[in-house]
Design a protein around this ligand. Structure first.
Ligand code: AMP
Length: 248
């Protein structure tokens, strides 16, 4: 069984985003970009399934600029077998991403399609769900644990206050949550090997997908700056202040 994993190149999670002065979006000039953290978890899960002999081949797909090749090379260094970059400099919304990934899936016929639960740049949490709808296949979102059992996959899902276990017929779409696994770091020898692994370049037009935005961003603004705190001399003063505020 093949696994198809989606990886997006996003602003590194350690970087504090700067909003462009005109409020039209986040300024990405000269900032560190990395693989979306939930996609690292998706790659790790696929690699573990391959190590267990459940998955035979892992394909990673990224839709984005030429630089997204770096993100795909990271996935290859973690254990992905081959990569596909669907190259575009446009901002591609979740619906267009899902349509393109469906195009790749139609050609590759994977048993498992794994995406992150959300991209940390747009925070949409839509692509996996839209992909499941477009493919008319079951979805196990916010996966905390997954086990392939014959023609099915059992997914423990993170829901409010607990876990829900669902059983899906393969092929199925999984979206990863934070606690599914802890992604590995690529070793130096694997980084070297990854340079020689196949990376195919396509365009959205190859899949007949128009990436024109359907959504207009009206304004992006910084969160309000936190007001300065107050230093207290001792616990008694702290308790007195909390009492005065009515919270103790
Ligand atoms: P979103 O719906 O934008 O929050 O993204 C959810 C997940 O869809 C991400 O974690 C990725 O796995 C996948 N995804 C979204 N955009 C892209 C992209 N441009 N290239 C590859 N995968 C993507």
């Amino acid at each position: 069984m093949k696994a198809l994993v989606c990886v997006k190149r996003v602003l590194d999670y350690n970087v504090t985003p700067r909003v462009k002065p005109d409020g039209s979006g986040v300024d990405l000039t000269n900032v560190k970009m990395s693989m979306n953290p939930f996609d690292e978890i998706a790659v790790e899960e696929a690699v573990r399934l391959k190590e267990k002999g459940v998955v035979t081949e892992i394909i990673a797909v990224s839709i984005g600029p030429d630089k997204a090749q770096e993100t795909l090379r990271t996935a290859l260094a973690m254990g992905v077998d081959r990569a596909i970059l669907v190259q575009t400099d446009d901002t591609v919304e979740p619906l267009a991403v899902a349509k393109i990934v469906k195009g790749v899936a139609d050609a590759e016929q994977p048993g498992l399609l794994i995406t992150g639960k959300q991209a940390i740049d747009d925070d949409s949490n839509q692509t996996g769900q839209m992909l499941a709808a477009l493919m008319n296949r079951p979805q196990g979102t916010f996966a905390n644990e997954l086990t392939v059992e014959g023609e099915h996959v059992v997914v423990k899902r993170e829901i409010d206050g607990g876990l829900e276990t669902v059983k899906l017929a393969l092929p199925a779409i999984i979206t990863t949550d934070l606690r599914l696994n802890e992604p590995r770091y690529a070793s130096l020898p694997n980084i070297m090997k990854a340079k020689k692994k196949p990376l195919e370049i396509k365009t959205p037009a190859d899949f007949g997908v128009d990436t024109q935005p359907r959504i207009k961003t009206l304004k992006v603004s910084e969160p309000p700056t936190r007001a300065a705190g107050v230093k207290v001399a001792d616990v008694d003063e702290l308790v007195a202040k909390l009492k005065a505020l009515g919270v103790a």
